[in-house]
Design a protein around this ligand. Sequence first.
Ligand SMILES: [Zn+2]
Length: 119
Amino acid sequence: MKQNYAGGCQCGKVRYEVALDLDQPVISCNCSRCGRLGSLLSFAPAEEFKLISGEGDMTEYQFNKHAIHHLFCATCGIQSFARGTNPKTGAEMAAVNVRCVDGVDVDALKVQKVNGKDF
Ligand SMILES: [Zn+2]
């Protein structure tokens, strides 16, 4: 079931609200970025993701096909979400690092491994 959550970076400059269904498995990706970061990802349509603060406090990084805008806090370095486009529908999406979402017990989540290394 979808619920509303709040989350953000470590230092608090980047804050957002997002609706996520964490009954669904979260994504553990082994690509050259996610594998290093240890991110656990859940996806939301852009209209269900609201950045409350921090737009001007983030640095953007892109690699590979430049499909995803990796945004991390320029102060504390934490990447709490990314912006991208659903490759099938073209819809704008937010990829939320659920490790950065308040009050989530990440050890209780179902995890689906994705072989992003080969994308
Ligand atoms: Zn920060």
